[in-house]
Design a protein around this ligand. Sequence first.
Ligand SMILES: Cc1cc2nc3c(=O)[nH]c(=O)nc-3n(C[C@H](O)[C@H](O)[C@H](O)COP(=O)(O)O)c2cc1C
Length: 299
Amino acid sequence: MSRVTELLGSKYPIIQGAMGVICNPELVAAVSEAGGFGLLATAFAVDPEILRNQVKSTKALTNRPFGANLFVMNPLTEKFAQVLAEEGVKCVTVSGGSPKALIPMLHHMGIKVIVVVPTVDVARGAEAAGADAIVAEGAESGGVQGLKVSSTMVLVPLVVDAVNLPVIAAGGIGDSRGYRAAFALGAEGVQAGTRFIATKECVAHANYKATIMESKETGTGLVDMGRFRIRALRTPLVERMLKGEEATDRAFAGEAIEASWLEGDLEAGGLPSGEVAGLIHAVPSVGEVIKEMVGDGNS
Ligand SMILES: Cc1cc2nc3c(=O)[nH]c(=O)nc-3n(C[C@H](O)[C@H](O)[C@H](O)COP(=O)(O)O)c2cc1C
């Protein structure tokens, strides 16, 4: 058993990254059933009781462990943590801000904490704050990223050298080659996001999955949101944002997310995705993705 599978309680050291409303209980449970570690998301969540229902729905679909992501900037984060503790969740990832205040609270609740970091300095800070493991997330990853970032290939070995904790690589991992590369860089596990959107169990709209499948490796861009950026597929809407012809403020929040990610209206909002979309050409089941990744599949 590796340090990461021991921490997660899973068969394989594979985390399905949090992805807002599209990490539905069916996806999270399928990942855990297949030997990985599914995560529910709370970044845009507005009601702790909805999270409780999602945890209950996931528990109804799997007896295997799964977790959730706590996004520090969400003002309800402590309430979400309380719900997770009450429902027996044993391990979470923390992202979107300093984990310093949350880590002692989560540990007191019996919850292990994996901190998602974009830089070596932040990794050192997370270790000093008491993190149990680190997700080192490189700049090719989908979703929110800071203004100062580096690629997975550079970040992961530097973080491995800088901390004594197990390091989980994220950003650009979509198949068995990426999985093995992460271990070659010194990581002890992987977190994948985009690969799990294009799966049968993910609730994302068929248009979202099709846009990932059609994307080349150059098919994403970084949308400037001011204090951070979002890597998203270059749909016509996002192309206009990249040229400064379209406002970005509402394109990745609330109603826009529902309309584009869940209902497939690609003019309503942007579709976050990693560069790894270029490697994705099909919509298999979660089980097939994980089998192939760990080298236990037919392809
Ligand atoms: C649609 C989408 C939403 C995301 N939302 C979150 C989030 O709420 N919290 C978080 O820590 N990471 C979030 N991420 C990042 C993923 O959890 C994961 O770390 C990332 O996708 C890994 O890179 P990859 O896309 O190359 O696999 C999101 C990514 C995507 C594509």
